[in-house]
Design a protein around this ligand. Structure first.
Ligand code: KG4
Ligand code: ZN
Length: 341
């Protein structure tokens, strides 16, 4: 089966052709970093407008790169949430119009389900059951996944997502957007034990909380009189403490993500973990998760960096299973900003 996947849930316009749930034929991503970086975060209205401009060129390129025609498609899989409502509307409206005019079955895919299926697009492939940690700019959730369509949420963030914390800390340090890769770069030169930032382990719970950590960094910056960009001062880019702040902040995030995943392995008696979402691109998290896996004799599956961040290949891969199961969506499909898995 050839499936066209479409994802416009946030600030990337993406379209992809995938064969079944495993073979990527094309995966085109047009990102909007240049538009949003001057604001230090995503501006939803600007994101939707850019999706409108890019959706057709991106889908066209995905088809051309794959050498696939509309009549060869078994289905179109579109992400219908969760995400920014204006952004989701663009992908959903486009997919519905395409399916109506070309008489192709439409399937609706939850973005988080897509992240789980990103791990199936590369060797070695995981199998079910597994623990899935999704850590991105909009979500930080832990699931037990028993099969396609059988997901149990173990925990989620109660406030900021892990990627959101990276982005907000980067902004308050005046370092730019997106925060994850920037903080990771500074952290490489810093001492992760220099500053004892808090870790919200929330005992007895698989939930996460990162907003206290963000506030702790802000208070540290104020206490040490580091200039902060949001006050109109120049960025602290060359401050001697900067690398240590980045490394210590990153250690707090990674410690919590790894520890909670370890708890989930133990509680669910499942020694197989899928890691996905933009934060899964972080090399320190990947290293520490692998070390934990080795220690607990658990298999850890991490897609390559380009499949951790938002992409339509993962939507097509999950869409293949919906198609096989006959979960065809109607042309009255509406996107949803909040959509639990
Ligand atoms: O999955 P994604 O592309 O979009 C969402 O669904 O949110 O994730 C984007 C998030 C951003 O917050 C970004 O700062 C973070 O992932 N991110 C990283 C890294 N690369 C991207 N966080 C930590 N380290 C990275 N290398
Ligand atoms: Zn995502």
């Amino acid at each position: 089966m050839l499936v066209l996947g479409i994802d416009t849930s946030c600030d990337d316009t993406s379209a992809s052709i995938v064969e079944n749930d495993t073979k990527i034929i094309s995966n085109i991503i047009s990102n909007q970093t240049d538009i949003h970086k001057k604001y230090g975060g995503i501006v939803p209205e600007l994101a939707s407008r850019r999706h409108i401009e890019m959706i057709w060129p991106v889908v066209d390129e995905a088809l051309k790169t794959a050498g696939v025609k509309f009549d060869e498609l078994s289905g179109v899989a579109v992400c219908h949430g969760p995400g920014l409502i204006g952004s989701l509307l663009v992908g959903c409206s486009f997919a519905k119009a395409l399916c109506y005019s070309k008489k192709i079955p439409l399937v609706a895919v939850n973005h988080l389900e897509g992240h789980i299926f990103s791990s199936f697009l590369e060797e070695p492939r995981p199998s079910f059951p597994c623990i899935a940690l999704i850590a991105s700019g909009g979500h930080t959730c832990l699931y037990r996944a028993d099969n396609f369509g059988k997901y149990k949420e173990l925990g989620r963030t109660r406030d900021d997502a892990a990627g959101e914390a990276y982005d907000k800390v980067s902004k308050l340090l005046g370092l730019g957007y997106p925060g994850g890769p920037i903080i990771e770069k500074y952290a490489r030169e810093g001492n992760p034990k220099a500053i004892d930032f808090p870790r919200a382990y929330l005992p007895e719970s698989f939930d996460f909380s990162f907003s206290g950590l963000k506030t702790a960094v802000l208070n540290f910056v104020k206490r040490n009189e580091l200039s902060v960009m949001s006050k109109g001062a120049s960025p602290v880019t060359h401050h001697p403490l900067l690398n240590d702040i980045a490394a210590s902040f990153q250690k707090s995030i990674v410690d919590v993500l790894v520890r909670k995943t370890e708890w989930a392995i133990k509680k669910e008696h499942i020694k197989r973990v899928i890691l996905s979402g933009g934060v899964a691109a972080n090399s320190e998290l990947r290293k520490r998760m692998k070390e934990m896996g080795d220690e607990k004799e658990a298999e850890i599956f991490m897609p390559s960096v380009s499949l951790c961040t938002d992409n339509a290949a993962m939507i097509a891969a999950a869409g293949y299973h919906h198609l096989k199961a006959g979960n065809i969506a109607g042309l009255d499909l509406n996107p949803k900003a909040y959509l639990p898995l």
